[in-house]
Each structure stands twice: as C-alpha cells, then as structure tokens.
Unconditional design. Structure first.
Length: 681
C-alpha cells in the first residue's frame, strides 16, 4: 500500500474516525520542526451550482481547529460528481477538528464529512523546502537540515521511456533528490488542454488531475523534490517550439486570445490562470514533494519574450507569484526559468533557474553566481551543444563535478532524461552522490569558491569555451590567470558577430603571459550563411586570419584556425570582421599552465577540490595549494570520481606561515579531494 494511504481508504476498511481519532505514522525523525503525513478530508456538496473548478464561483474551504488552539483555513478541491477533498499536512501532534466548511465565506452543511476529527502522533519528516535561514544562497528543510538539489529533468514521458513515477524510482536508486516536471498537453499532463478532447473554459480534466496525484505521491515516496512547471513557452509561441496554432485559447481554435502575447495581459487569461493555479494549490499544495511552483519554462521564447515585452512578462510573474503565495497555505517556493535578459523577471522569484546548451560545461556552470541575484541560483536545465542524443556521459560527469565546486544552490541539472535512460547513464550520478554522503558536504553551509594553484612537472593545454549564448555579453575582456582560469568565460557569448550585428559581441580579448612560444587554436562549429572572417591578433598585430565565404544556408561542422604565439605578456584579440556570425566551440592555448586544472570551494577549516587532467588518459601528478585554511591538523580524503570509492586518506599539518600544500596522486582523468580540520578534543 502506498505510504500516503488516505483516510477514505482506511474508512473503507471499517475504521471509525470520530472521538477515537487516528494515529498517523510519519517518516523517520529528522528534527522537531518538520511535518507529519498528510491527511485527506472528504465530503459531499450535492446541490452546488456554478463552476466547481473556479474559486471565484465556488470558493470552498475547510476551517480546521489545531492542537495549539489556532485555526487553519484550507482550500478544498472538486474531485467529480459531488465529491470535494481537502489535503492537509500537519505540523503538530495532537487533536484536530473540522470546525466549519464554507462556500464563498458562508457556512454550508456538507454530507458524509470524514473524518470530523483526528489525532496526529508519530514522528516528523523533513518538511518543505525553504531558503536556508543560515545562508540565503542555499536551501534547507523546515526541520533545519540543508537541502542540496542533485538530479535531472523528467519533463514528460518520452517515447518508450518509463512514465515519470518509474523514473523517480530509478533516480532514488542512484541517490538523486531533485527533478523538474512540466504540465504539458502532449503526454496528457495539462489539466485544461487535453489532446483530442473538446475544451471548455475553466473546466479541468479529472483523469489528468489524478495522473498528477500519482506523480506527486511517487515523488514523496522516492525522496524526490521537484519543480512543477505550470506553463511552457511553446503554448504562447508562434516561432520557437510553437504550440500556439493548436492552443485552445487561440481564437483560431475557438478561444479568446487573438495573439500569443495577449496571454500576459488579457483579463480573462489572468482570471483563468489564477483559477487553474488555485486548483493545483488545493489538490497538490499539501505536498513537500513539490520543491517549487515554476511559473514558466523559458519565457524568453514566447512571442512576448522575443518581442522584448519585458514589462508585461515581469508584471505577470509578480502578479502570479503574489497570488500563489497568498493562496498556498504551505508557502512553496516560487521560481521561473529564462535567460537573464528580461528586466525584472526574477525580482519576485525565490530563486533563479538558468538554462544553457553551450560547448564548455565548466565555463557555463561557473557563470551561475548567486551574488548577481542575491538569492539561490542553479542550472535547472543544461546539456551539451549539438545532438543531445549522442551524450555518452562525459558531459554529464563534467557538469556535475564542476557545478559542485561553485556557489550554486545545487548541481547543474541535466536535461535529456530519455538519453540517460536509453544509454543507461544512471551510474554517472553514483560517484557524486556517494561523495556527498561520505563527506556530508551539503552540511557545510558557508563554503565559497577558492582558486587552488596546481604545479606539475610538465606544461599542459588550457582549453575552454564560452558559457553564454546569443547576445552582447557583459564585456569583451577575459583575463587568463596563471592557474588556468579564464575570468568571465562563463558569460562570454558563443556567437561572435560580424558586420550584421555590430551592437552585439564582435570581439574578445584575452590578456595572458606565456613562458614559452605556443599556439592559440580556435574551433568553430557553425558559420552563418552570409559568411564571416576570423582574425587573431597578438599585441595589435594580425597573426592568423581565415575567411568563410557566403553559402546557401548556415554551415555546421568543425572549423579550425591556429595562430602562433610568442613567449611574453600581451593580449590575444579574437575578432570577426566578416559579414555575419560564427559560433565558438573551443579555444585552446598550448602549452599553458599545469597538466592538472583545479576548481574548489572552502572556508577556513574545510575545502573540496576537483582536479582534472588536460592530457586525457596520460596520468599526471603534482602539487596543489589550497588557499584560505587556518593552521591545524587536517584529514584528507582522495576520491575516485569514476568508481565512487575512496582512493586514500591522508593526515597533513598546516602551519601559520604558508598555504596548505597537498601532494596529488597520479590522475588519469579527474579526481576529487575533501579536507577538513580535525577538532582538538
């Protein structure tokens, strides 16, 4: 039997729930401020008039007397025929009593109200996901333990892959705790837009609503906390993944919206959207398994977004976020997803969700800096550029470990769940989730990015790519540090523009110092049909140039330009003097820096590092300097990121005079290390 067996099922078994009450068993105790298992109250309203799905016509609520003497007003939802339900997640032990049922604020007398009262006992679960009160850039549960999201998207059922509840089971088995699920129509998950069925304004499909019951229940049973995506861009787009032509709100389909961007301002659209959200709050808002309501997937791709109607989009988001917070008794977090170009979009959101499909996963994930937003941020979607169905697990591995070393509120969350299933890439998560359990890393709330310095016997290659997409970017200067970090690369646009868009990103400059002569290799993966002309300059002098003539269509492939570099300190300038854009895939300096590159974060007593070999499968060792640690004795754990096991443990001493220096064992691909100061008893 499902762990969230409802009271109505218990009643069917002959249990009486009146003065005797009901003892509810909760999940294992994790603290004193969590929640207990939910309770479902059912009743009948047989003579009700008006639309039962619209709270403006039928605002049905239950007033519950709580053990502490206070009351709670809970929204009820319609579940067919004359049946109404309330789902409630208790926070206290003790006796609860239904004090009243109201319709539009007037008391009504329901039939078959069960239970009228119940008693909660047992132990609490972790509760709902909140912003961590100890660190506004992180998440925590009601009862205080940190929540660090690690998972992947499972937006819809894709082809022959399992349905979402089965995906959640597979995710739990490899230690994942986060997902993201869309309310979309093509796999039967949109409650007011069902393919092949007539649309009636304000009416919801109960079969779809019950499908979501199973998704929510499965998430809780498997320990998955997911973002419920309420809208997606295709619904109101005529150009990007367009579904507007089949949208039942479209006047061409018998609806009431003349064009897609009217969705954000039309009074009837606003009213129907709020009614939809209120129903979802009443039906699913009891659940801690919902990490957040996500208002939109990639709103920048709606027609309104592409027309740069920023104010209408931002105002809509604020209005809907305010509505959700007003109506939701459990105050779930609220977010949305977009590129960061829509002014004011994230102001009313509790945390920021970024999406990216760029060549360099490391540069991309390092661009998610919460200081920019003053709230948690992580990549809710990420994948490699190009064909996502060719992913072999290497990109997934890279973005997981690289994002763990950033100040993001969670790891970067991979998008293509069907490829993970078909290629059986689940095991790529195991080494990271095992590392988190072994080190208890999420409990260290104040770790911030550091810059470890690596030394190896031979020089390596510094290879990096842009972390941004189309646009102007925040600047054109990207200093290359001695440790091999390229400052600002995560925000560097991948499209280098020509004469067609001089207002955007037309050149990049890389201040650098080379100890020996070398090369600068530029790899492109797409050329605009109008053509381009790539130029590399060193200290103002052209050292390499390559022209790309116009063609009948944009050209995909791999196009390489190699520029010789002298020893010395200077600036490399990369520019496009041709007609139109190119797409940058990778830039490589050879030789440069150590053969091992390191990312990390830490505080004065703890640090975690990820070191990767730039000469793949040619093992390299060396030393790494860990900055910021105070003097003391440290335990060091070296971790195999491929097998998910401990390589070795060390004890090292840090003095007051110099940074901590670690001897790095031979690294073929990459390795992680966790160190913390031993407490003096």
């Amino acid at each position: 039997m499902n762990r969230r067996t409802t009271l109505t099922l218990l009643l069917a078994g002959g249990i009486t729930l009146t003065a005797v009450g009901l003892a509810l068993r909760g999940t294992p105790a994790l603290g004193q401020a969590g929640v207990y298992r939910f309770v479902e109250i059912t009743f009948q309203l047989p003579e009700l008039s008006g639309n039962p799905f619209d709270y403006l016509e039928n605002d049905v609520q239950v007033t519950l007397a709580l053990p502490d003497g206070k009351t709670a007003n809970l929204p009820a939802f319609y579940d067919g025929e004359s049946t109404w339900r309330v789902r409630y997640t208790p926070r206290f032990k003790g006796k609860y009593t239904v004090r009243a049922v109201t319709r539009n604020r007037a008391t009504v007398q329901p039939q078959q109200l069960t239970p009228k009262e119940f008693t909660v006992t047992g132990e609490t679960g972790k509760g709902f996901v909140r912003i961590d009160p100890q660190n506004p850039y992180r998440f925590a549960f009601d009862e205080g333990t940190p929540y660090y999201p690690v998972g992947m998207n499972v937006a819809w059922k894709s082809g022959d892959t399992p349905d979402i509840p089965e995906f959640f089971i597979a995710m739990r088995e490899v230690g994942l705790n986060w997902s993201r699920v869309w309310m979309n129509h093509w796999d039967g998950k949109n409650i007011d837009w069902v393919q092949g069925e007539p649309w009636e304004a304000g009416k919801f499909n109960l079969a779809v609503a019950r499908k979501w019951d199973k998704i929510v229940q499965s998430a809780e049973a498997q320990g998955i906390y997911f973002q419920l995506v309420l809208q997606h861009h295709g619904q109101y787009s005529s150009t990007v993944n367009p579904n507007w032509g089949e949208n039942p709100w479209n006047t061409a389909q018998g609806g009431f919206l003349a064009k897609p961007d009217d969705f954000f301002t039309h009074p009837r659209a606003l009213q129907l959207t709020k009614a939809r959200y209120r129903y979802m709050i009443a039906r699913y808002g009891y659940s801690p398994g919902i990490m957040a309501w996500e208002l939109f997937n990639e709103v920048q791709f709606t027609d309104a977004g592409r027309q740069k109607n920023d104010k209408a989009i931002a105002d809509w988001h604020k209005e809907m976020a305010d509505f959700l917070r007003e109506q939701d008794p459990n105050k779930h977090l609220v977010t949305t997803s977009s590129d960061p170009t829509i002014l004011g979009l994230f102001d009313a959101m509790d945390f920021v969700q970024l999406h990216a499909y760029e060549p360099d996963g490391v540069s991309t994930v390092r661009s998610a800096t919460p200081d920019t937003w003053k709230k948690p941020v992580f990549f809710g979607e990420i994948g490699p550029s190009g064909d996502l169905n060719r992913e072999d697990g290497s990109f997934l591995h890279t973005i997981l470990w690289a994002s763990l070393m950033t100040d993001s509120g969670g790891t970067a969350q991979y998008w293509t769940w069907d490829q993970i299933h078909r290629a059986n890439l689940y095991d790529r998560f195991v080494p990271l989730t095992a590392f988190l359990r072994e080190t208890k890393l999420p409990t260290y709330r104040d770790l911030a990015p550091i810059e470890p310095r690596v030394k190896t016997k031979t020089q390596g290659s510094l290879s990096f790519g842009p972390g941004g997409g189309w646009g102007k970017g925040k600047g054109n200067l990207f200093p290359i540090t001695a440790s091999g970090l390229v400052e600002g690369a995560g925000e560097m646009p991948s499209y280098l523009q020509g004469k067609a868009h001089p207002e955007l990103f037309t050149h990049a400059e890389f201040p650098v110092e080379l100890t020996t002569p070398g090369t600068f290799t530029v790899v492109l993966n797409q050329i605009a049909r109008a053509g381009a002309n790539m130029v590399v300059k060193v200290a103002g002098k052209t050292v390499a140039e390559k022209a790309f003539p116009a063609t009948s269509e944009d050209t995909n492939g791999e196009f390489t330009l190699v520029a010789p570099l002298p020893a010395g300190k200077y600036t490399i300038r990369l520019e496009n003097t041709g007609a139109d854009w190119v797409r940058l895939q990778r830039l490589t300096l050879t030789p440069y820096g150590a053969t091992l590159q390191a990312l990390g974060k830490g505080n004065t007593t703890t640090a975690v590092l990820w070191l990767r070999n730039t000469q793949r499968n040619q093992p390299s060792d060396g030393t790494v300097t860990v900055p910021g640690l105070q003097a003391g004795n440290y335990s060091v754990l070296w971790w195999d990121t491929e097998k998910g096991v401990i390589i070795k443990r060390d004890l090292v001493e840090k003095d007051n005079e110099s940074p901590l220096l670690l001897q790095v064992p031979p690294v073929a691909t990459d390795i992680a290390v966790f160190l913390r100061q031993n407490r003096i008893k």
